[in-house]
Write a protein that binds this ligand. Structure first.
Ligand SMILES: *Cc1c(COP(=O)(O)O)cnc(C)c1O
Length: 389
């Protein structure tokens, strides 16, 4: 029996045990340091153990951790008000994970369909989408092979190619209630849709009287250089989900709704931990930092530096980088073959954490507070790893 055998097998992991984090760095139990360009899976938006969050956890943790989901608490009210202000949307429900937030979005759409569209319930989603790992969000996702994993799969989802509005339009019928996309597909390997895609989806939804749902769990809260990615194309959804970066490492997610999509009534949704003051106080602190005047400007500057550096690496034939794509501090290097796992292992041995989002795609999601020196350090290590085969 080894030390790991009491854990269910869900993913292969290196044998090192992680012990401590600070900013862009993570240390294992042996004291080895790693430059972290995964950050808990784009979760630690402010890096590891940021002082603002540690402070809030200590203060809120010694004041009120949870009064019960059936009672109000101040941090939840304030975070909801702030999200409403920033998004121009009207209502918020908090959950604990991205998958749960998307479940809420799906339930809102189905309720809305019952009220306003003669019981329509189908949602058009996209191939290679990732919306979570509950049964319904797996059914909404377009990961190859997932339909066969845990049959029967919940009904009600049609899949079309991402970035293709005509295919989306062709999939709409009288049973359709909503269109649901990630503005940039994250787990699919940071796939950026053609310009105008979000606007075209908005028009399609309006023409057919459908809800438009954006899953901003990976792209939201400053990750792509704006608070929400849709702000860059000025297309407001009817329903939006947030997660990951919103909690800076704590389990916190949110579903926002606007206009007629605000259709939940008492009894429609719940959850023991939803909106607890410990995590919503953290969310409030995260937004406070991300909304500071120069914060997003710095994200954009680091993006420029990262892209310039990656392009320089791409120009060196031995790195085997075919394409660079992404937005803000969510980027991918597409390789000339299925060797991303090899690059990840080589980088790990060199003290750098990056993610193989696809067999040929290395994904980068550093802290939004990554420094210019840390980007330089990343580029230096990555230059020696990208060509690994
Ligand atoms: C990570 C992710 C999810 C799922 O979030 P969990 O917190 O793991 O449940 C859903 N949608 C997108 C776009 C994600 O990146």
């Amino acid at each position: 029996m080894n030390a790991f055998s009491s854990l269910m097998e869900i993913t292969p992991r290196p044998s090192q045990v992680m012990a401590r984090g600070a900013g862009s760095y993570l240390w294992d139990e042996s004291g080895r340091r790693y430059l972290d360009f995964i950050q808990g899976w784009a979760v630690n938006s402010l890096g590891h153990c940021p002082a603002e969050i540690t402070r809030v956890l200590a203060a809120q943790g010694s004041t009120l951790i949870t009064p019960s989901p059936a009672l109000h608490n101040r941090p939840q009210l304030e975070l909801a008000a702030e999200l409403v202000r920033l998004s121009g949307m009207q209502q918020v429900h908090f959950s604990n994970s991205g998958a749960e937030a998307n479940e809420v979005a799906i339930k809102l759409a189905r309720k809305w369909g019952r009220l306003h569209r003669q019981g329509a319930y189908r949602i058009v989603t996209t191939h290679n989408a990732f919306h979570g790992r509950t049964l319904a969000t797996m059914a909404a996702s377009g990961k190859p092979g997932w339909e066969a994993l845990f049959p029967p799969s919940p009904d009600g989802f049609s899949k079309v190619p991402f970035g293709d509005v005509e295919a989306m339009a062709a999939a709409v019928d009288e049973r359709t209630v909503a269109l649901m996309v990630e503005p940039i597909q994250g787990e699919a390997g940071v796939v950026v849709p053609p310009a105008g895609y979000l606007q075209q989806l908005r028009r399609l939804a309006d023409d057919h009287g459908l809800l438009l749902i954006f899953d901003e769990i990976q792209t939201g809260v400053g990750r792509t250089g704006s608070i929400f990615h849709w702000q860059q194309s000025a297309v407001q959804p009817d329903v939006m989900t947030l997660g990951k970066g919103l909690g800076a490492g704590l389990p916190l997610s949110a579903t926002l709704a606007n206009g007629r999509a605000c259709c939940f009534e008492f009894g429609d949704q719940g959850g023991t931990y939803n909106g607890n003051p410990l995590t919503t106080a953290v969310g409030r602190a995260v937004l406070k930092v991300v909304c500071q005047p120069d914060f997003l400007h710095a994200v954009q500057q680091r993006e420029q530096q990262l892209v310039a550096g990656l392009r320089a690496l791409q120009a060196q034939p031995d790195t085997g980088i075919k394409q660079i794509r992404g937005s803000g501090l969510l980027y991918a290097a597409v390789l000339d073959g299925n060797r991303a796992e090899q690059v990840v292992r080589t980088a790990f041995a060199e003290g750098l954490l990056v993610n193989a989002a696809r067999p040929d795609v290395v994904r980068l999601m550093p802290s939004l507070r990554v420094s210019a020196a840390e980007i330089e350090q990343f580029l230096e290590i990555f230059a020696g790893c990208a060509g690994a085969r």
